[in-house]
Write a protein that binds this ligand. Structure first.
Ligand code: NAP
Length: 281
């Protein structure tokens, strides 16, 4: 029986676990397929039942891995996928979603995000998302890599306030959103989904985390993740192919950082004091 993790609430009332699993880089090499499916399945057993993927990852290959990993247990999983901005038109979104559903071997995506913003008017993409919602092909929609000006513009579009998350780059090395975007999203009840929470693996090696990690007898990567997870309204989606990484990531949720730890981390990774343009990977 999979365990239940701490959750956060979407504005629709749905509860989602605050620790999920990323899939960028999965589905690219056939000889890694079994390991990737096994890692996602272990994560599900450990309660990390939110899986983030995208049509872009491995040119659809990551969605196929997710489809295989959730086969037979679809109802336990909250699947997040993303449409490319080049497919953000009314017709483009519908076609991209149909293709994602096939690769995921499911009849619905729980949360469908615009991967980042290009030229398509937001009103058109939102209208396309709402049509998919009405057809039962997606349950909710959201955005990714939206800075505060984009969020404000979105809020002014018809049905724009149905947005359920903004998935953005956020970790100890990328704290810019604390200045404005994170407070704005909190104020509007929109959870942030923090991608690359261990900076693509870089924080796992960062000596600035050694002191706090030693205090708890855990890895640097776990401290980086615990730091993201300590906050209300923030969901983290680390990607791990190695089983020991999956187990470590789950265990990071049980680390309770105290004010002295946070002070040390602020000293090593200072919070922003001015507006920084949203970074993306
Ligand atoms: P990440 O999760 O910060 O880092 C992944 C890397 O860290 C992998 O190399 C992984 O190794 C390693 N790792 C994971 N857990 C570890 C641990 N406990 N100890 C040591 N190393 C560990 O980076 P990410 O993949 O860029 O971001 C996470 C997810 O966010 C993505 O997979 C994707 O789903 C999403 N994302 C979204 C966007 C967007 O534009 N919306 C952009 C980037 C990412 P192994 O795989 O070898 O285990």
């Amino acid at each position: 029986m999979p365990s239940i993790l701490r959750t956060t609430r979407l504005s629709t009332g749905d509860e989602v676990p605050i620790l999920g699993q990323g899939t960028w880089g999965m589905g690219e090499k056939p000889n890694r397929r079994a390991d990737e499916v096994a890692a996602l399945r272990l994560g599900l057993e450990l309660g990390m039942s939110l899986i983030d993927t995208a049509e872009m990852y491995g040119d659809g290959g990551a969605e196929e891995i997710v489809g295989e990993a959730v086969a037979g247990r679809r109802d336990e999983v909250f699947i997040v996928s993303k449409v490319l901005p080049t497919h953000a038109s009314r017709l483009g979104v519908a076609t991209a979603c149909a293709n994602s559903l096939k690769r995921l071997r499911t009849d619905r995506i729980d949360l469908y995000l615009l991967h980042w913003r290009l030229g398509t008017p937001l009103a058109e993409t939102v209208a396309a998302f709402e049509l998919l919602k009405a057809a039962g092909k997606i349950r909710h929609w959201g955005v990714s890599n939206f800075d505060i000006a984009d969020m404000i513009e979105l809020a002014g579009v018809a049905k724009g306030n149905s947005v359920q998350t903004n998935q953005v780059l956020y970790n100890l090395m990328r704290r810019g959103i604390e200045y404005d975007l994170l407070p704005w999203c909190r104020q509007h009840g929109i959870p942030i989904m923090a991608y690359s929470p261990v900076e693509h693996g870089v924080l796992a090696e960062d000596g600035r985390l050694a002191k706090v990690a030693k205090r708890y007898g855990v890895s640097r990567s776990q401290i980086a993740l615990a730091w993201v997870l300590r906050q209300e309204g923030v969901i983290a989606i680390p990607k791990a192919r190695k089983l020991e990484h999956v187990r470590e990531n789950r265990a990071a949720l049980d680390i309770r950082l105290i004010p002295a730890d946070l002070q040390d981390l602020d000293h090593a990774f200072p919070p922003p004091t001015v507006k920084r343009t949203l970074e993306m990977l």
